[in-house]
Design a protein around this ligand. Sequence first.
Ligand SMILES: [Ca+2]
Ligand SMILES: [Ca+2]
Ligand SMILES: [Ca+2]
Length: 223
Amino acid sequence: MKILLLASLFLMPSLATGATVLIGSGTNNGNFNEDTSATDSRSFGNTAGWTNLGAAQTMQATRLNLNSDGSRNAVISEAANRIFGNATGHTIQSADIFSVSYQWRDAFNWNDASDQVQVILFTTDDNTIFGNQNILVNDLSGTSTQNSTYELVDHDAIYTATASSAGKQLFLQFRGLDGSGNANGFGRVDNFLLEVSQSNPIPEPAIGILGLFGLMLLLRRKR
Ligand SMILES: [Ca+2]
Ligand SMILES: [Ca+2]
Ligand SMILES: [Ca+2]
């Protein structure tokens, strides 16, 4: 009975929040800070969690300059040779709901009026990150609203998984997307967050009753 009481109390917060971080601070290097080198320019090969899907892993991935919070950040490009890929390790379940947020800013040659950051969730035919892609969703940042300044993208529920992708590995990529007719722009991304939640969590009243039951047991034991 004591174990049941403890279990009911500890389950309450995790069931109530319901979102799991797949990419974030300390998970798949969402803040790009796992590489603690003092060297400014670092390659994909130096960068845990992230794989260049466009060209060799010797390509530059992160820098320390133009940062938002004093930390290392991702150098995005509109060229096809620099595409940030992440094998999240998540096996998709039907009714999974995915949300993304990140900070980004325009940099060298970025066309503020038309260029955007593009985030894609995808599966592949062989469940590896370099397999043939099946795109689940293509989510765009919108254009830059503040010149040379970080801004926040916070897009909830960009994709809800269907039965057809259940059981497959989830992959993510991001890059600069040219909208100006000249794919020569650079920008920066930091504090990338990808979360998954379920559309059918345990209903709140059920959690409340479970918690109340635990509290009653606790009060009885103290008498
Ligand atoms: Ca960072
Ligand atoms: Ca600009
Ligand atoms: Ca451009």
